[in-house]
Design a protein around this ligand. Structure first.
Ligand SMILES: C[S@@+](CC[C@H](N)C(=O)[O-])C[C@H]1O[C@@H](n2cnc3c(N)ncnc32)[C@H](O)[C@@H]1O
Length: 109
């Protein structure tokens, strides 16, 4: 589900993305996953978390979002960074045994 213009003003603030990245980082530490290399972030929004995962944790990360404007913003902010790319994709048709999403409820069912 696409966000309203008002919602975007709130969630696209870099400080909000940095706070989300810190939460995701703590959750990954708690997982104690021995080896992670390739990561897909569904509902990447402005790309702050995607960029954090690539730059600070060394993953190869794809950030996917249904909203072309969000992907364009993510690319404008972080498109030159290594080990990440941003794509337009609707996650709602995807099926997993397990998935974790932050702020993208329509993408997981
Ligand atoms: C609140 S933002 C989350 C941003 C980022 N994940 C974070 O934690 O900072 C939610 C994003 O999910 C996207 N989204 C919603 N439904 C989606 C779907 N079905 N497939 C892909 N992206 C979706 C929205 O366009 C929006 O950019």
């Amino acid at each position: 589900m696409k966000m309203s213009r008002f919602e975007k003003i709130f969630v696209n603030r870099p400080i909000k993305g940095m706070a989300n990245a810190a939460v995701v980082s703590r959750q990954l530490d708690a997982l104690e996953a021995p080896y992670i290399e390739e990561v897909l972030e569904l509902g990447c929004g402005a790309g702050e978390v995607t960029a954090f995962l690539a730059a600070q944790r060394g993953y190869n990360v794809v950030g996917a979002d249904i909203d072309l404007a969000q992907v364009a913003l993510a690319r404008s902010r972080y498109g030159t960074q290594d080990h990440l790319q941003f794509v337009v994709a609707d996650a709602s048709g995807l099926r997993f045994d397990a998935a974790r999403s932050r702020g993208c409820p329509s993408a997981t069912s």
